[in-house]
Design a protein around this ligand. Sequence first.
Ligand code: ADQ
Length: 473
Amino acid sequence: MARLVIVSNRVAVPAEGSGAVAAGGLAVAVKEAFTAYEGLWFGWSGNIVDQPSDEPTIIDRDRIQYALVDLSPQDHREYYSGFANRALWPIMHYRLGLGAFSRSDYAGYSRVNRFFAQTLAGLIEPDDIIWVHDYHLLPLASELRGLGIANPIGYFHHIPWPAADVFNSLPASGDLLRAIADYDLIGLQTEPDVQNLTRNLCDTLRAIPLGAGSLMVDGRRTRIRSFPIGIDVAGFKDAAEKAASDRTVRETIAGLRTRKLIIGVDRLDYSKGVPERMEAVDRFLASNPDQRGNVVYLQIAPKSRSDVPEYEQLAREVNETVGEINGNTGDPTWTPIQYVTKAYARPVLAGLYRAARVGLVTPMRDGMNLVAKEYVVAQSGDDPGVLILSKFAGAAQQLPEAILVNPYDRFEVAEAIRTALYMPRAERLARWKPMVERMTREDVDWWARNFLSELENFRTVEREPPTAAAAAE
Ligand code: ADQ
């Protein structure tokens, strides 16, 4: 069996003896990818220590080998919280005003990518194919090539790739564009993302299109294609069907009585549009007074990246918005917004999605958005709910039968909520069926297989060994 090496910022090692994968989109995706390969998964352990070792910690579990490295406090601050999450993340999500670029953060980002490459290079065997995940590791292939690694290396970008003018506002954008061309295959979520990156490489680096997504960039050949990520449809359907026996789900449904449930599930992140969505619900309640007391909006939003100031600020803003709307609109018998910040196990989430008449997924910008897909798949085929989806989520490309909205327009979102609540069953079914069929065809397994079979094609590519000067750099 050939070996697949997966590299990601964080590695999710399952608990010993659990036989299960850790929850979360990437962990499920990686498990699918490893079904056809022997596997090594390399990345950060999640530990921050004063003196990280150059030797990775190796853990063997359930046919997968995990190789983990620690980060120093400075690495974590500059590479992860700094450049990745305060510069790349906002820029990739079109939030120029929130971008905080610093040269020391960028130096830390480059240093950690070099450290990852140096530690990983010693573990790579000649027949391995290497699949790198996400924006934390844009320069990794370039670092590995500099160390003489000639194996096929693919990259999947989980978040949006913005228009050239937006990306190029980032100091270091030129370096990053040049570095990304060292991947053999670059996977993006959607066609518009592919066009954005391709145009930028052609305009900024004079890349030459060779047809079928291939480009010649500075004498190197790379291929850019969209691979929309899917979900574990079979697992999710199963969880949704069994969820009625879960206590949280049962009691939530009982507590609703005749009220209809509107649900939002997001990591608490400004890209997800949580306060804007709450204002749209408020708008809906203001213009539909007959619906007061008849609907409940449950927002589940576990906190993330709390050490980044913009996220702390967002958490405060959401608390204030919830308090204000509930205080002004609720009464002793009815609280319009229920807001919880806990993470829930998949069966509970699936059951809550299924209980909700409306799934409200309104990111201001999102690479894909798996919640939209999970909501669709969790619905019952007899009486499905309605998905309201931001047109700026990658998922909108595959789910055009949802009610697509502009999340910046709370009047439009409020109107969509009304349409969804009054939608007759026949129309709900007619919209839901093609969506669930597409999600079932284009699931996480389909995604991983497509990417990997394309990456396999690069096995035969002959690569020049690096020059002595490049290797010494
Ligand atoms: P995220 O920004 O994390 O992912 P998303 O695609 O919605 O966004 O995935 C979130 C995952 O976390 C979902 O599987 C969801 O069920 C789970 N989750 C959310 N809240 C939860 C809770 N309270 N309890 C338990 N689980 C919860 C990034 C990109 C996305 C892209 C994915 C995958 O930002 O655009 O879709 O990667 O490529």
